[in-house]
Design a protein around this ligand. Structure first.
Ligand code: KIV
Ligand code: ZN
Length: 518
C-alpha cells in the first residue's frame, strides 16, 4: 500500500506554458524547475518533447540537471512521441513517460476519427511501448469527464494490464461540477480493479472556475495525485492552482485527512518567480499568493487581528512565505542585508550573480532613496538571471523628444557586435518612436503583440518594468526591461525581445534580415 499523501504533479512547464502569450526559454524553464524542486513537488512535467526541438531540449536539460522530483515528459500515443519522451527523460534521476489519448465520444469521433476499439488498441500499444523504456508510466484518458464510465473502466484496466503505474482522470474542458466529479471519480476507482500500488490522479481545468474544488473532491474520493500549476496558469482559463490545493489540504485536515509534502513556505516566492518569468500577473485578490491575500483593511478586522490573529486569519502569511512587513533597503544597506533579502525572496544565486546583483543594487541606490522588494526582484530577474543566448544588440544610448499631442521623436544607439549604430525615428509617443528607430537599426520588423508596464512598488520613484512580446513569422519572443525611467525600461524590453528572436531563429537554422516581417 503506498504511503498516504497527495502527490503534487506540477505541469506549469507544460500545460502552464500553453497559456496564451506565455513563452519560456530553456534557461527560464530550468530556473522554474529548480524552484519547484526546492518547493518539493513530487513530479515536474517538464514539457512535451515531440512538440518542438525547444521542448525536447528543455525537458532533457531539466532531466539532467534537476534532482529530487520525478521528471515527466508528455507524449501522445504515437510511437514517435513516446520515443521522444523516452529520449528526453533518459537522464532523469526518476524518469516518467506520460502518455494520453482522448476517450470521450465527441473527441473519438470528431478529433481522432477512431472507434473505441481503435482507441483501446492505441492504449495497449502506447503504454506497452512506454514501459519498455521506463518503469514509471502515467496514462491519461483525455476528456475523461465527458467519457462513458464503462468505457473508462475498460481503458484504465487495460492501461494497468500493460504496465501503467499512475492513472489520470482529466477534466480537460473544465466542465465538471464538484459533487458530480467526486462521484464520477469514485465510480471509476470502484469499477477498476487496480492493485494498491497504482496511484490515481486528476487534472482539472478552470473554465468554470471549479478546478480547485473539483480536484479537492477527487482527493476525497481517493485520488492521491493532483495535477496543477503555479498561479493556476494553463490552457484557456488555466489549470487548478497548486498553492490553493496545497493550502486547502493543509488548512482543512478535518475535511481532507491527507496532505501534500510541499515546503509551503516557498509557495510565495515560487509564485513570484513564475509570474515574473511568464509575464502573467497575479491578481491582488488571488487566494494564497495575491498581494492582498493577508491584508486586513477594515477597522473591525484590524481590531480583531490585534486581539487574536485567528479571528480573521485561517493561515499565517509565513506558512506560504508571504512577506509580513516588507523590509526597505537603501544606500546604507550593506552586502549582508542585501543578500539576506535575496534569500528571503527565494533567489539562490551563484557568487558571480550575487556580485552583479549587489552592484546593480548599489547603482540603483544612487538613483533612488529606498529600494523595495519589487525593485530587487525586477533587477535580479531582468538583469541578472535573464539569459539571452546571444546578446547581439545592446542599448548604449537613447534620447526622446516629445513635441506635444503625442508626437515624439527618438534617437537610439545600439551596440551591434563590436560596432555602434545610431538611427532616429518619429512616432506616436516616445515609446512608439523609440521602437520605430530600433526596427530601422535591427533590420527586422516584428509585430508587437503585447506591451505592459508596471511599477515595482507604489512609490513615485518606483522602477518601471516593461514586458513585451514580439512576433516575427512563427517566431515569438518575450522581452523584459527594468529601469527607474519607463521609456528606458520599454526600450530594454524591446532590445531583449529582438535578441531572443535572433537566438530562436539561429536555433532553427534561420537567418533574420531585411523585411522578414511577421
Ligand atoms: O487537459 C488535459 O486533458 C491534458 C492531458 C494531456 C492530461 O492536459
Ligand atoms: Zn490540461
Amino acid at each position: 500500500m503506498p504511503e498516504d499523501w497527495v502527490r503534487i504533479f506540477d505541469t506549469t512547464l507544460r500545460d502552464g506554458e500553453q497559456s496564451a502569450g506565455v513563452n519560456l526559454n530553456t534557461a527560464e524553464k530550468i530556473q522554474i524547475a529548480h524552484q519547484l524542486a526546492k518547493l518539493r513537488v513530487d513530479i515536474i512535467e517538464a514539457g512535451f518533447p515531440a512538440a518542438s526541438p525547444g521542448d525536447m531540449e528543455a525537458v532533457s536539460t531539466i532531466a539532467r540537471e534537476v534532482r529530487g522530483p520525478v521528471i515527466a515528459g508528455l507524449a501522445r500515443t504515437r510511437p514517435a512521441d513516446i520515443e521522444a519522451a523516452a529520449e528526453a527523460v533518459r537522464h532523469a534521476e526518476k524518469p516518467r513517460i506520460h502518455t494520453f489519448i482522448a476517450t470521450s465520444p465527441i473527441h473519438m469521433e470528431h478529433k481522432l476519427k477512431m472507434t473505441p476499439d481503435q482507441v483501446l488498441e492505441e492504449v495497449r500499444r502506447a503504454v506497452t511501448q512506454a514501459r519498455s523504456f521506463v518503469d514509471d508510466v502515467e496514462f491519461s484518458a483525455e476528456d475523461a469527464s465527458r467519457s462513458e464510465i464503462d468505457f473508462l473502466v475498460k481503458v484504465y484496466s487495460l492501461a494497468i494490464e500493460c504496465g501503467a503505474t499512475t492513472l489520470n482522470i482529466p477534466d480537460t474542458v473544465g466542465y465538471a461540477a464538484p459533487d458530480e466529479f467526486g462521484r464520477f471519480v469514485k465510480a471509476i476507482l470502484d469499477g477498476v480493479k487496480a492493485p494498491p500500488e497504482i496511484i490515481w490522479s486528476v487534472h482539472c481545468h478552470n473554465d468554470l472556475g471549479l478546478a480547485v474544488a473539483n480536484s479537492l473532491e477527487a482527493v476525497r474520493a481517493g485520488v492521491r495525485q493532483v495535477e496543477c500549476t503555479v498561479n493556476g496558469l494553463g490552457e484557456r482559463a488555466g489549470n487548478a492552482s497548486m498553492e490553493e490545493i496545497v493550502m486547502a489540504l493543509r488548512t482543512r485536515p478535518d475535511r481532507y485527512g491527507v496532505a501534500s509534502r510541499l515546503e509551503t513556505s516557498r509557495l510565495y516566492s515560487t509564485s513570484k518567480l513564475v509570474s515574473r518569468l511568464t509575464g502573467v500577473l497575479v491578481p491582488p485578490n488571488k487566494a494564497i499568493v495575491g498581494e492582498n491575500a493577508f491584508a486586513h483593511e477594515a477597522g473591525i478586522h484590524q481590531h480583531g487581528i490585534l486581539c487574536n490573529r485567528a479571528t480573521y486569519e485561517i493561515m499565517k502569511p509565513e506558512d506560504v512565505g508571504a512577506p509580513g512587513t516588507a523590509l526597505v533597503l537603501g544606500k546604507h544597506s550593506g552586502r549582508h542585508a542585501f543578500l539576506k533579502r535575496l534569500e528571503a525572496l527565494g533567489f539562490e544565486l551563484d557568487d558571480d550573480q550575487k556580485e552583479k546583483a549587489f552592484r546593480l543594487f548599489k547603482d540603483l541606490c544612487d538613483r533612488k532613496k529606498t529600494v523595495s522588494d519589487g525593485d530587487i526582484e525586477a533587477l535580479v530577474v531582468d538583469e541578472v538571471l535573464a539569459v539571452v543566448p546571444e546578446r547581439r544588440f545592446e542599448l548604449k544610448e537613447y534620447s526622446v523628444q516629445v513635441a506635444g499631442r503625442g508626437r515624439a521623436s527618438a534617437s537610439i544607439t545600439l551596440r551591434d557586435g563590436t560596432s555602434e549604430v545610431t538611427d532616429a525615428a518619429a512616432g506616436n509617443g516616445p515609446v512608439d518612436a523609440a521602437y520605430s528607430a530600433i526596427r530601422r537599426l535591427v533590420g527586422i520588423s516584428p509585430e508587437l503583440t503585447s506591451y505592459r508596464i508596471q511599477a515595482t512598488s507604489e512609490r513615485s520613484d518606483a522602477m518601471g518594468e516593461a514586458v513585451i512580446t514580439l512576433r516575427l513569422g512563427d517566431l515569438k519572443a518575450q522581452g523584459r526591461g527594468a529601469s527607474t525611467d519607463v521609456i528606458e525600461a520599454s526600450i530594454k524590453a524591446y532590445v531583449s525581445a529582438v535578441n531572443r528572436l535572433y537566438a530562436l531563429a539561429a536555433a532553427k537554422g534561420e537567418v533574420l534580415n531585411g523585411e522578414n516581417a511577421g
